[in-house]
Write a protein that binds this ligand. Structure first.
Ligand code: FAD
Ligand code: SF4
Length: 529
């Protein structure tokens, strides 16, 4: 349609709404409607966003714009480096409304509470009606989750997952019962690698997406415009179109799903991908539909290509965890964002932004995060998350870091995982107990400790592993609260093994770590990193 004529609908598409089958397109009329997208710096600067994440969003948006234009639709697209760009979502929207004079704005419900509020306010200020349509990408709508939550004091993923699996008939037998007789095969999924590492399990490198001309242009733009932001783009290889995303999924189903279950918690030096799928960003930007992902995993099981434990373990992450965290987010926002049940006040250590620290597990996990915008679940939960929890970092600061650095970070999924599951900031809404552990857990699940100057078994002294020191200090600091939690009983009981002198030494060593900005003082003769 010609831009001079007033439009019927301005269809707003945000960077995490790149689904051509979304409800906003149901009644799209190419003669009267306009698709609207805007790249604004504000969205990359309200948290100090990493370069890989910015590049994934911008490249996927530009590919979406081109695909819509190929359909013969009018797309109003403001590029980041357009001289007229005001770099603010609200004012770009106001500009578009003034130009196109639409009768209404149509959008899919936003993934982030802040953005939803911002757009509602901008529409009101512009005096134009906003029609918010449900997000059909998910198995469970916000209303379905509210119905699930109604009358329950505690919301646990496992019960929610069973309900969704039954409703959508996923991995059920002919009687409608869970395939294999159990809902959950997690106990088969806690393996670590043998001495030879993942290569002994015939690990095959994932098929990476080669940047095309659109992506290369975006990479150059991000390097230029966000030069001081964290992260690197040298090895950028993320799917940015539905076709790329499908290819990434197929490669995973064929080559890594068979080992996914057993090794989903394992970690290994210089091996960022292991047996993981790398599809979270593609799903969160809506390039890939979770129904297709779940169906592909179920089909691989039914065809005898993967064990039930692997297929179930993978499907649970998507049908269970992914849907459940979204439900928790919308059920508890905006109050959720401010929760801090452990009254944690420390700053996030500086090395989270550089990876420069002596603790090998953190160096590895943060290093690959900055290089790729990626770390797998256990690295996020039991390395970077665990350290921040034990140190006592303010959960909102931890949240800002996770939202900034991961390519798949969108607040509805990032916040409950960070503030709730990993930091226990919500006091038990997401997790029934804090995920607190010593360095021995990391030693069991990885080979990181073999390349580290610290000893995971020691809690005091020059060789003490900071995780282990801070673990005991965490229990001591929160003993009265943790003692009330039955699931922490054993851990709290172990405090009785510490003498008064042990307690004093642990507290002093933990205080020293905090005094050094969250890292142990360098060993004598070593220069600070
Ligand atoms: P795989 O390990 O192959 O898992 C398959 C899929 O399951 C993922 O792609 C993802 O869509 C889903 N999934 C797995 N675990 C979770 C979970 N706990 N919550 C929601 N979905 C899950 N995931 C995000 O998508 N965005 C985030 O911003 C995010 N922040 C996190 C922050 C913390 C502190 C923690 C502990 C976890 C976070 N996760 C987040 C969950 C999880 O770490 C990532 O989804 C996963 O590592 C992505 O890699 P993958 O695609 O290779 O996943
Ligand atoms: Fe991490 Fe401690 Fe192991 Fe070093 S010894 S890698 S700090 S867990």
């Amino acid at each position: 349609m010609s831009a001079a004529k007033a439009a019927r609908s301005l269809v707003l598409v945000l960077g995490d709404q790149l689904d051509p089958a979304a409800a906003v397109f149901d009644d799209f009329d190419a003669e009267r409607d306009i698709v609207w997208l805007a790249e604004v710096a504000e969205e990359s600067e309200h948290v100090w966003t990493g370069k890989p994440r910015i590049a994934v969003f911008l490249s996927a948006m530009r590919h979406f714009r081109d695909a819509q234009r190929k359909l013969g639709r009018t797309v109003s697209y403001t590029a980041l480096d357009d001289p007229a760009n005001t770099q603010s979502l609200a004012s770009e929207l106001a500009r578009a409304v003034a130009e196109h004079r639409p009768e209404r704005l149509v959008m899919t419900e936003a993934g982030e509470w802040r953005v939803q509020e911002l757009i509602a306010a901008a529409a009101k200020a512009a005096g134009v009606r906003l029609e918010m349509r449900p997000d059909r990408h998910f198995f469970c709508s916000r209303a379905d989750f509210s119905a699930h939550a109604a009358g329950r004091k505690i919301l646990r993923m496992e019960f929610f997952y069973r309900e969704v699996r039954r409703k959508h008939r996923v991995l059920l037998d002919e009687q409608g019962e869970p395939e294999g007789g159990q809902w959950n095969y997690d106990h088969d999924n806690r393996g670590s690698f043998k001495k030879g590492g993942p290569q002994e399990e015939k690990l095959r490198a994932p098929a990476l997406t080669k940047p095309d001309a659109v992506t290369r242009e975006v990479l150059a733009l991000v390097e230029r415009r966000f030069a001081s932001h964290p992260g690197e783009l040298r090895e950028f290889a993320w799917p940015v179109t539905p076709a790329d995303a499908r290819a990434t999924l197929q490669d995973f189903i064929e080559h890594r799903l068979p080992n996914f279950g057993q090794f989903q918690d394992a970690m290994w030096t210089e091996e960022p991908w292991l047996f993981h799928s790398r599809i979270s960003a593609a799903m969160n930007l809506k390039l890939l539909n979770p129904r297709e992902v779940v169906a592909a995993a179920e089909q691989a099981y039914r065809a005898g290509k993967v064990h039930l434990a692997s297929a179930e373990g993978f499907i649970r992450q998507i049908l269970g965890w992914r849907e459940y965290v979204r439900g928790i987010y919308w059920h508890h926002m905006p109050r959720y964002l401010g929760l801090n049940a452990l009254a944690a006040k420390e700053k996030l250590p500086e090395f989270y932004w550089t990876g420069r620290c002596e603790m090998n597990c953190l160096r590895q996990s943060i290093g690959q995060t900055l290089a790729h915008g990626y770390a797998h679940h256990i690295q996020r939960l039991m390395v970077t998350g665990l350290y921040a929890l034990l140190l006592g970092v303010e959960p909102q600061k931890v949240h800002e870091w996770y939202l900034a650095v991961y390519v798949d970070a969108v607040e509805w999924v990032e916040l409950p995982n960070t503030l709730g599951m990993s930091q226990y900031g919500d006091g038990g809404i997401m997790a029934s107990k804090p995920y607190a552990a010593t360095g021995k857990y990391i030693d069991r699940m990885s080979n990181y400790c073999a390349g580290c100057r610290f000893d995971p078994a020691k809690s005091v002294g020059a060789e003490a592993c900071p995780f282990t020191t801070l673990y005991w200090d965490f229990l001591l600091r929160h003993e009265p609260l943790l003692a009330k939690n039955q699931r922490m009983a054993l851990q709290v009981k172990n405090l009785a093994r510490l003498t008064a002198a042990d307690r004093t030494a642990i507290r002093a060593q933990a205080a020293e770590i905090r005094r050094h900005g969250g890292a142990p003082a360098p060993a004598e003769g070593l220069l600070p990193l």
